[in-house]
Design a protein around this ligand. Sequence first.
Ligand code: ADP
Ligand code: MG
Length: 699
Amino acid sequence: MSQGFLETGIEYLKGVGPQKASLLKEELAIKTFGDLLRYYPFRYVDRTRVHTLLEILEEEGEVQLELRLSRVEEIGGPKAKRLVAMATDGQRSIELVWFKGIKWIKSSLVIGGRYVIFGKPSRFKGKINIVHPEMELLVPEQEFKGKGMQPVYHTTEKLSNRGLNSSGIARLTGELVRNPHFQLQEYLPTAWLQQYNWPEAQEAFQNVHHPSYGSILEKAIQRIKFEEFFFLELHLLRHKLNHKKTYKGFVFSKVGDAFNDFYFKQLPFELTDAQKRVMKEIRADMGSGEHMNRLLQGDVGSGKTIVALLCMLLALDNGFQASLMAPTEILATQHYHTLTELLDGLPYPIRLLTGSTKTAQRNEIHSLLESGELPFLVGTHALLEEKVKFKNLGLAIIDEQHRFGVAQRAALWKKNTLPPHILVMTATPIPRTLAMTVHGDLDVSVIDELPPGRKPIKTVHRFENRRLEVIGFMKQEIAKGRQVYVVFPLIEESETLDYKNLQEGFQHIQDLFPRPEFEVAMVHGQMKPEEKDFEMKRFAEGVCQILVATTVIEVGVNVPNATVMLVESAERFGLSQLHQLRGRVGRGGDQSYCILMTGQKLSNEARTRMETMVTTQDGFRIAEVDLQLRGPGDLLGTQQSGLMDLKLASLTKDAALLHIARDKAEEILRSDEEFEQLEAMKIEYRRRYGKKAIWFRIS
Ligand code: ADP
Ligand code: MG
């Protein structure tokens, strides 16, 4: 009957009552016994060990001692009065000091009594003392075995004023977990508990609040973290399975001329093993009859574009059209050029549609799409507009996921009778299990290998005072015939200020690199598309040696002859942005460099970012650090509701447990998706997800 017990209103707990109950509701959202049960301590004070006086010479933190009180005296004048007591183990002794409550404490201390003393030792004039220790008198024959791990809870001022400071809350949780009616029915399979040596639910919840010693606590915490992850993963998987059961997808069963012509005649290199594996995964998905909703992760330069093209060709072979959408005009244009070149000589037309496509061309594209004569379309979000109608869109690819949201994907869905297959490509790689969790509705493929022959990019962090040296280096590289990017931060909120910085920076670079010897181009977000294109072209064709830019060049831009990426005010960029920017160089055969310029003063976080960039080029590693610095919500922009339910478990720190949870959730869905043998688990799932829970069969 434990379920009913946990739903009992908190006012019915001994020591609470109506007033404290309403405070607990207001301050900590604790309404029921169950809420209190899941209000976990945030740390523990270890009082399992009894220290010796010899040890505390070394000890840094709080200690627990068992000593006899030998002497108590009040010393000092009226203004600096204090109470000093000596406590001894027979050989050594320590001073205990009080500045407040002297009278009362003096009268309550028992000279010659045996005490448990707890506090933080400090050194004062060569002697070790403890100021305001906690004292507990032991009865003469009592053997003291330590006081266990003491939980520490977050609380608020209002609650503390009503006696619910941390130890007040500890009293309540103690009351709760020691109540004879508190009985949790186990809802995880016993085999799992045995496999990982985890306690049963009942024991785990008792121990997380009132553990008797550290190793028991560790296991309890692990189990509770695991179940948080497990039910989250179970929910996400059920959600996805439900999607697959609800939506059918177009079946791409054939590999035909389009794919084969390209693959055997036109492909300029051999695919990497990772690219081949990913193609297999995507083909299986698109051929299954289910609707594909897939994320393709791959570091900068890992070769996602060719994978996209191969998928588009497969669509065509099966009688469908395909689209590729990019977040910016520059990127869309570049994809268009890349694909046009790759398809050169083959009879498969491709067109570009952006905000700046002229009306006549736009109309032509519209009608070619509707008649089905045009199989491939590349564009910006302009291709989401309602006027853009396809005869038979079968595959929609989106490049650079973090710029687009779920809403855009939904808009693509409406472009055909069944939703077209969706492939989202992203260069912000995060560990696979994590990706599957934060993008709960997407399947994940990973290109975890770069094409052969890439030279690592040399990355350095330079302070402003070495600018001359940096300029000299740029000149050297330009003398070798190479090109240089100089990137300035431009963040929307302070756009005018940044814009001024950019203009000044541009001016400064022009002064340092004067005509006619040098040509400097500039691109930024406020320019007209034609101007941007013109400048980009001058740089891409090598007319200009230097391109001054904002992060509009962050993603995708491809100029293999550029070997230097100079990032100004690098401390103002996030890690994934810096990584993207660095990815603009190192695209040809020459040694490339990334220089991160910052001011002298850096926050710790900014310093970590610079150090990470200097020490690694692995996008997954960088994404992990980024995740630790910023947290998953921030990194991924959108917040998945389920992630908010994690109380103890951390997506970044408990990756191994997340992994296990994913496996176990998959196991359950394979073996018993209706919970036929798992009634208790079903109840717990329903309790956690309530109305959001997914049921395949109405029961
Ligand atoms: P990203 O994943 O960053 O979009 P791209 O698709 O732009 O990467 O590929 C980066 C570069 O690597 C391109 O010049 C592309 O032609 C090249 N490339 C892709 N795959 C291979 C491969 N298997 N072997 C050699 N070069 C490749
Ligand atoms: Mg790309």
